[in-house]
Write a protein that binds this ligand. Sequence first.
Ligand SMILES: [Zn+2]
Length: 319
Amino acid sequence: MKKYCINLLRSKKYTKINKPILWSLIAVLVISIGILAVTSIHHSWEKSKTAMVNGEAFSPYESVFVDNSLKIPHKFCIQVFSPVIANSVPFPEGNQTNFINVLPRGDDPECPAKYSKVYNKNGHKCVYLTFDDGPSNLTPKILDILKKCGVHATFFVIGNRAIDYPVTLKRAADEGNLIANHSYCHVYKELYQSPEAFKADILKTQDIIKNIVRPEHLTNLMRMPGGGYEKDKAPFRKAANDIGMVYIDWNAENGDGHSNHLTVAESVANVEQFAKTKEDIVLLMHDAPVKESTYLSLEQNINLLKSYGFEFRVLNQYD
Ligand SMILES: [Zn+2]
């Protein structure tokens, strides 16, 4: 056998047949080493972007609730998203709980970072259910579930859809839900073409909402399509302030923003992850025909949050 192998290795036939295989093996080996190296460099780069705050890791752009003593490492800064404190005020003051985003430093160099406690962990759990992009033909069904469960939600509505559902929106507001602004067109290219275009679009939606809900139900709260936390949204955050609007993002989601094929089980599992770890939740969901599992999982998610001891509020009841 040994002799046969030596002969085979020495034979021209072996060299001819196996050279390409040998080169393929070397190529595979080199590519594998390359992938491993790139993965580990990327991993450590990702890790370096994580903000460790009081022993908890936060990714940049992750939204968290904080009190006024939040301490963020120097290379990160925070951005305040509070309906109570206008978002033009960069730092929380007093003992108010604020909704913020952790941003990599450099996004907003004026934002110092010297606070010392994440989350307002006082044992009181509060959830704000929010529905973006409605109204839709599902809104009445969502309202029925909210009513049945005895809870309220905040609807960030799109102006050009609101005009088709005035009765539904009025019903939502009359039943104790909050109707807030989510732009008129929701088309990023149009909405974010300039701060002036943005202001006009938001004010147009305010007028539409104003004509539908009772004056006492009108709010200056809004959510920017796509969220308001990105660096290039800075001019629009300012524009929102200029016209007296207060914007808020979210710190939890049922996951329907990532897929139209989300299952009920996935939606519930996603919400449970946040229910286990947070005391204050602003839960992002969508009110749209293609997001059926959101409506189908709603009652289960509400019951789940209740079982974790959460109180349900709308966003103008922010402490
Ligand atoms: Zn939206």
